[in-house]
Design a protein around this ligand. Structure first.
Ligand SMILES: [Zn+2]
Length: 168
């Protein structure tokens, strides 16, 4: 799978990730490296600088992200849902659990994307001091690699639950 990363030029800390060149371009144009504290220029801009085309792109990207997460959340929910199937491979994930997982993750992505816009507008309105302090738990920067960590965690959790269920 094609992806590119933006590392801190000073300490090689992972700053941002693009998977399949996907990027909504929204975010603080300058961030402080969460590790060494130096300022890094980002290929992103605030919502107030968005032209019509950027807004449409952001809206489309948000829809794509939401759909992707809904599907993966659905698979996770579907496999975690109790099943009477004899073995793990015979189980179909398309059950009530799929619906729950899909709605939860699809909705979570929309909330995050909406918050990114409101946070961007707030930064602009309050003339918040740049650069933006990057951190592990904020949801304004580095979202793609944070999302990957969430995915892998969900995958491991579902795998563990499925393995546990299949033993009884
Ligand atoms: Zn650094």
């Amino acid at each position: 799978m094609h992806y590119s990363v933006l590392e801190c030029p000073h300490c090689r800390n992972l700053i941002d990730t693009r998977i399949l060149s996907l990027c909504s371009s929204l975010g603080p144009p300058e961030v402080l490296c969460g590790k060494c504290g130096k300022t890094i220029e980002m290929p992103r801009k605030e919502f107030s600088q968005f032209r019509v085309g950027d807004r449409i792109r952001f809206f489309l990207m948000s829809t794509v992200y939401s759909a992707m997460f809904a599907f993966l959340g659905g698979l996770a929910g579907g496999f975690a849902y109790p099943s009477k199937a004899a073995s793990w491979v015979e189980r179909s994930p398309f059950n009530a659990g799929f619906g729950v997982g899909a709605v939860l993750l699809g909705f979570a992505v929309l909330v995050i994307q909406y918050r990114r816009v409101t946070e961007s507008l707030r930064r602009t309105a309050e003339k918040e001091q740049r650069p933006f302090q990057q951190g592990l738990l904020e949801l304004q920067t580095g979202l793609q690699h944070k999302a990957c960590v969430v995915f892998v965690s969900i995958g491991l959790l579902v795998g563990a639950v499925g393995y546990g269920v299949s033993r009884y």
